[in-house]
Design a binder for this molecule. Structure first.
Ligand code: COA
Ligand code: ZN
Length: 307
């Protein structure tokens, strides 16, 4: 008897984490056409945009239009990043499936990114959770800089557990641990992920890696060992927080899916399709992307032997 493949859920964040970091504005209809292709590629979730201040994130100032014009696939959860109550009101008006609330474990990064203290963030986000209750919209909390802060350095894991506990108590459905600037390393990831997965078996735990120091796939292996089955990733390896010095792209979706499928996991994602879409990214955004897979081709690629 063959063992059933272990299911992992891939959550595509390029329209938010990727596009937020592009200096050249990507035309709204181009974003919409891109997201429509993602919607037919087998992702469990797509982070389509963010409802942030257009002064803070001008690249995503067209969030309403994006949410109104994309063709929603009922099998995909459409989530959006929300930093405050104003963002939540906008997201609710657009009937998103999920709001992805964000704050940092590091006080310094929270101040830089969200212009408030962590305490103020928790207070605002708890108002958001109250506002969302009863709408049928799910709530996820993304904890940035959970594995290290580019200004403060090491983050005490107890601070991660403390914030996770606060948001679990407030009634979120999911918790995402974010390695905002690629400071996470595998043994650390395994320890922190395991604590969170075991503490909140009824919540969805997601790991959000950036490949800034080349450790994202190794960190993914560590998270899998800890029981994590949900991963954020970005096509082409785009991504980065404009308010975190030294930030660069997310773990690359096609490289992540390629690895997991080779290992026998069921990602639900159509690898051939996403490699094709990733190949179109340089034209869409006007520059090369980090993806090594798009350049190298899949493992099955064969070359004629040199004569
Ligand atoms: N959507 C739209 N506009 C918003 C908004 C939102 N969610 N939140 C605030 N604004 C507007 C206000 O109306 C105000 O507009 P005005 O200047 O025309 O009056 C302006 O933004 C400033 O509002 P304020 O409440 O003082 O916010 P701030 O300047 O302290 O910024 C945040 C706080 C959280 C809104 C802002 O820092 C932000 O959007 N950060 C997101 C960062 C991010 O996405 N980083 C990458 C992902 S991790
Ligand atoms: Zn990120």
């Amino acid at each position: 008897m063959t063992e059933a493949k272990r299911r992992v859920f891939i959550q595509e964040v390029s329209p938010r984490d990727g596009f937020q970091n592009e200096s050249q504005f990507i035309e709204s209809w181009d974003k919409i056409a891109f997201i429509d292709k993602l919607s037919e590629s087998g992702f469990a979730k797509i982070e389509a945009t963010s409802f942030t201040s257009p002064k803070a994130i001008p690249a995503l100032r067209d969030a309403e239009m994006i949410m109104h014009e994309i063709k929603r696939n009922p099998d995909v959860v459409y989530t959006v990043l929300v930093p405050n109550l104003r963002g939540a009101e906008r997201a609710i008006a657009c009937k998103v499936d999920e709001v992805n609330l964000v704050m940092s474990v590091s006080e310094t990064h929270n101040q830089m990114n969200l212009r408030m203290s962590r305490e103020q963030s928790v207070a605002q986000l708890s108002e958001v959770i109250t506002a969302v209750r009863g709408t049928g919209i799910a709530v996820n909390i993304s904890l940035s800089t959970a594995f290290g802060c580019p200004m403060e350095g090491d983050i005490n894991p107890e601070e991660v557990y403390r914030l996770a506990a606060q948001f679990a108590e407030l009634g979120v459905q999911g918790i995402t641990l974010c390695d905002t600037t690629g400071m996470a390393y595998p043994t650390q990831v395994e320890e922190i992920s395991r604590r969170v997965v075991e503490a909140y078996p009824l919540l969805d735990t997601t790991l959000h890696f950036h490949n800034t120091r080349g450790m994202a796939l190794a960190n993914t292996m560590a998270a899998l060992a800890a029981g994590v089955v949900r991963f954020d990733s970005s096509l082409g390896g785009l991504g980065g927080c404009p308010y975190a010095p030294g930030a660069s792209g997310n773990v690359c979706t096609e490289e992540l899916v390629h690895m997991l499928e080779l290992m026998g996991y069921d990602t639900g994602v159509d690898l051939g399709k996403i490699v094709g879409v990733a190949g179109q990214l340089p034209e869409l955004i006007g520059h090369d992307v980090p993806s090594q897979l798009v350049k190298a081709g899949l493992r099955g690629r064969r070359y004629p032997a040199p004569s």
